[in-house]
Design a protein around this ligand. Structure first.
Ligand code: SAT
Ligand code: MN
Length: 626
């Protein structure tokens, strides 16, 4: 007979531990694993340590399975092609589980659901989990990923443990989070956010794309704030499977933030040093695919300015004892949209992503490289063979479909970014002087305007609208409402969320200035009115000068606009039409306010604080008087 302890440390409920050390697990972590082994019935368990050795082993396993292929043109870069039915977040299958529906989603006046999240009852969540997860890991390996959102030693950081049956997820989580043994050491026997993920398998067991197992028919992403649990089934796509990102850092994160008095936001964080050497940090919320990553990696075109990147997608922000709003980037990497990324739009990203990166659903070239829409001027495809994201031969000018999926991504370590901020891992976070809201609006919305006060700023955030993107399952270019750029990411009732923002205004706090920006205005010929990209530094310059108290703003019915001549246009090759960029068309704005009010009433109803409705009323009155 074997020593009685042997079974204890080499097996959990019959599944053998093939990697990692069970002895280092706290009783809580061990219980979490045991419960899920009992549910999912894996053959093997792998407890991730986050080491280089482990990463290499998993990458070569993925390669052997045909799930990824190497990109020899670069250093340690890989390409994954997904099942074409699994390329984006699944908003309609993303649910928040609470006892009472109203805690999760607003109760709209119309009685119709307003698209601000989906609710599920605890009983139905249990049922959904049982139906999908029972025995779902038979014959496979269960990976256990301890991870930290935020620098491990930061008091603002939070720890999660993700169970998954996907090695692709493990390798991606190693890039996107701080992952491995150091996290378990920090955790001790404390609580953690419980994350369970399986790529699943169709009911009939047949995989259409054996290289990319998933179950599009039964896909579901569940969040239970009361117990800080996330359960995701059926998808390997980042937004659905890297549970630290949208699921934890935003949906569960914002519920924790609400109860602890801070903010978990869909925001980039950018450091900006002016020619006098004074540094400010700004945070900016735009819906997915409105250029957050590009702004986070801004190359200023005006002389003397320096920009540094703290984060490109998520900000956790808390007022410190001195009343200063401090932000950390809870992530450790960039999960950026590939198409459109080029040396013109984002040279910094181009200098970040060609080592230690996992690409997903981009096209590949016969010289072992990658290709996507936007690289036409940089990669001469006439001398190469191109294989599109579905694995088919692709010829520029002939093929009718794009080479790369519009939501194809790079997953790359943040520290590789040449302009990463020296304080990006600072445990106390960086001080935020200004908050920007924005969207993709072809008509009517000026390049920049400033909120009169905090309440107005909160109303601005609540009223964000933008053209639809391909990060989710929506089609077309309709202008969609997207409060705080959080529409797909609320972990609780959006109306209560707005109330939480209003409650940030407390005595002794230095509230950041709030601005609305729109880089995407178009003229009558549908041409962009503003050059964008690096030239956006001219607007950032204006913002930090406002933060420093310069008298360069004038009143208008919608908020403060720049005084004429106050935006630095020096050195621009052609002068933009500033009149068009700042035109306030009263009839447009009256309609805009009516649509925003209608949306608020229909989607949020009485759950939206009265102060926000009052802001609309006041703005309308100012417009009618103008
Ligand atoms: O689709 S993800 O959530 O992974 C990225 C995004 O939409 O910002
Ligand atoms: Mn995002």
């Amino acid at each position: 007979l074997a020593h009685p302890n042997v079974g204890l440390f080499t097996h959990i409920r019959g599944a053998s531990v093939v990697y990692g050390n069970l002895k280092t697990l706290s009783p809580k972590v061990r219980k979490f694993i045991e419960d899920n082994v009992a549910l999912c019935q894996p053959d093997e368990i792998h407890i991730c340590d986050g080491s280089e050795k482990e990463n290499k082993q998993l990458l070569s396993l993925l390669q052997k399975k045909g799930a990824i292929k190497p990109l020899p043109k670069y250093e340690n870069c890989w390409l994954a092609r997904t099942n074409p039915a699994d390329t984006a977040r699944v908003e309609s299958k993303t649910l928040i589980c609470t006892e009472h529906e109203r805690d999760a989603v607003p109760t709209p006046k119309s009685g119709k659901r307003g698209g601000l999240g989906n609710w599920i009852s605890p009983a139905n969540m249990d049922k959904a989990v049982q139906e999908r997860f029972a025995n779902c890991m038979k014959g496979t390996t269960m990976y256990v990923i301890p991870f930290s959102m935020g620098p491990i030693q930061s008091p603002l950081a939070k720890i999660g443990i993700q169970i998954t049956d996907s090695a692709y997820v493990v390798c991606s989580m190693r890039i996107m989070t701080r992952m491995g043994q150091a996290v378990l050491d920090k955790l001790g026997n404390s609580d953690f956010v419980r994350c369970l993920h399986s790529v699943g398998r169709p009911k009939n067991g047949k995989l259409e794309y054996p290289n990319w197992p998933c179950d599009p028919e039964r896909v579901i992403v569940l969040h239970k704030p009361a117990t800080q649990e996330i359960v995701s089934y059926g998808s390997g796509y980042g937004g659905n499977s890297l549970l630290g990102k949208k699921c934890f850092a935003l949906r569960i994160g914002c519920t924790i933030a609400r109860s602890e008095g801070w903010l978990a936001e869909h925001m980039l964080i950018l450091g900006i040093t002016n020619p006098q050497g004074k540094k400010h940090y700004i945070a900016a919320a735009f819906p997915s695919q409105c250029g957050k990553t590009n702004l986070a990696m801004l190359t200023p075109t005006i002389p003397g300015y320096k920009a540094e990147c703290v984060g490109d997608d998520i900000a956790w922000m808390r007022f410190d004892q001195n009343g200063v709003l401090r932000a950390i980037n809870p992530e450790n990497g960039f999960f950026g949209v590939a198409p459109g990324t080029s040396n013109i739009s984002n040279p910094i990203a181009m200098n970040t992503i060609f080592k230690n990166t996992i690409f997903t659903n981009v096209a590949s070239t016969s010289d072992g490289g990658v290709y996507w829409e936007g690289l036409e001027k940089e990669i001469d495809t006439s001398k190469l063979e191109v294989t599109d994201w579905k694995g088919k031969k692709w010829v520029r000018g002939e093929s009718k479909t794009p080479a790369a999926h519009p939501n194809s991504r790079f997953c790359t370590p943040a520290h590789q970014c040449p302009m990463i901020d020296p304080n990006w891992e600072s445990p106390e976070g960086v001080p935020i002087s200004a908050i920007l809201f924005g969207g993709r609006r072809p008509h009517g919305i000026p390049l920049i305007y400033e909120a009169r006060d905090w309440k107005h700023g909160v109303a601005m955030g609540a009223a964000i609208r933008s053209q639809a993107t391909s990060a989710a399952e929506f089609k077309g270019h309709a202008v969609m409402h997207d409060p705080f750029a959080m529409r797909p990411f609320f972990g609780y009732n959006c109306g209560h969320y707005v109330q939480h923002w209003l409650s940030m205004d407390k005595p002794g706090r230095k509230l950041p200035k709030v601005f609305h920006v729109n880089w995407f205005g178009r003229d009558k010929n549908n041409k962009f009115l503003w050059p964008g990209f690096g030239e956006n530094s001219r607007i950032i310059d204006y913002i930090v000068r406002r933060v420093d108290g310069e008298d360069i703003a004038r009143d208008s019915p919608i908020g403060l606009l720049p005084k004429e001549g106050s935006i630095n246009l020096e050195g621009l090759p052609s002068k933009p039409d500033m009149k068009a960029l700042f035109e306030i068309d009263v009839s447009f704005w009256l309609k805009e306010i009516d649509s925003i009010r209608q949306y608020f009433e229909e989607a949020i109803g009485e759950d939206l604080p009265k102060e926000i409705y009052d802001q609309l009323t006041e703005m309308k009155q100012r417009l009618q008087k103008s």
